[in-house]
Design a protein around this ligand. Structure first.
Ligand SMILES: C[S@@+](CC[C@H](N)C(=O)[O-])C[C@H]1O[C@@H](n2cnc3c(N)ncnc32)[C@H](O)[C@@H]1O
Length: 211
């Protein structure tokens, strides 16, 4: 399996993803509010794994420039349609990964990744690319499902779902392991929060800084 196959999976899922509802709207609003508080009006922001652009369209007006990128051209096409319907100056969408962007000279003050880090094949390598894409003192803000903290039945079902093409590649790690990997990539973890409005929250919101 490869990122090409991953892109195909997400291309196939893009229309239904665009139609799907946010499962915990109050938790999502809390994440947006906390993220907004960490961004400055003159920031240049990169969002990775932006999907159909829902979060980008909510956050971009508060900063100078906002590039929202995703592996899947299908997701980006839907995001661009939404942007055309409600234009926001400074917001652009692009089909790209962290690794591809890191090979260019572009740098950002803040990088966001929501429901994204568990989907990358080489998490340590992607975190190094994210570190390289930030200016010194820049922040990396993520919220990631940590399968290592979830019901073990999910870890049994996942390979079966993947075999029949119904689930994407997903890395299994705990919140503690993720925090350790972010630190190993050269970040200082400033804080971990839980934003779910109900139930057990296995999706830590982690704020890290490049020193
Ligand atoms: C679960 S969706 C989350 C979308 C959005 N961030 C949200 O919170 O609604 C995961 C997104 O990550 C993208 N993705 C998966 N692997 C990726 C990678 N290696 N680089 C960039 N994007 C990736 C998928 O195409 C998909 O749009």
């Amino acid at each position: 399996m490869s990122t090409t196959n991953d892109a195909r999976f997400w291309d196939r899922s893009s229309k239904s993803y665009a139609r799907s509802r946010i499962s915990d709207q109050a938790g999502y609003e809390r994440t947006l509010e906390r993220t907004r508080a960490l961004l400055k009006p003159n920031d240049s922001v990169l969002e990775l794994g932006c999907g159909t652009g829902t979060t980008a369209l909510r956050l971009a007006a508060g900063v100078e420039n906002y590039l929202a990128a995703d592996l899947s051209a299908g997701m980006i096409a839907i995001a661009e349609e939404k942007l055309a319907a409600s234009p926001i100056p400074g917001l652009a969408f692009r089909t790209a990964t962290a690794e591809a962007l890191a090979s260019e000279s572009v740098r950002f003050d803040a990088i966001l990744g929501f429901s994204y880090l568990h989907l990358v094949r080489d998490l340590a390598g992607t975190l190094r690319s994210i570190h390289a894409l930030l200016t010194p003192g820049g922040v990396f803000i993520s919220k990631t499902p940590c399968l290592g903290n979830m019901n073990p039945l999910i870890r049994v079902a996942l390979p079966l779902m993947q075999m029949i093409g119904k689930a994407p590649y997903a890395g299994v790690f705990s919140a503690q392991e993720l925090s350790g990997l972010i630190t190993s990539a050269g970040f200082e973890v400033l804080g971990t929060e839980r934003h779910a409005s109900k139930g057990k929250d296995s999706r830590p919101f982690i704020v890290a800084r490049k020193n």
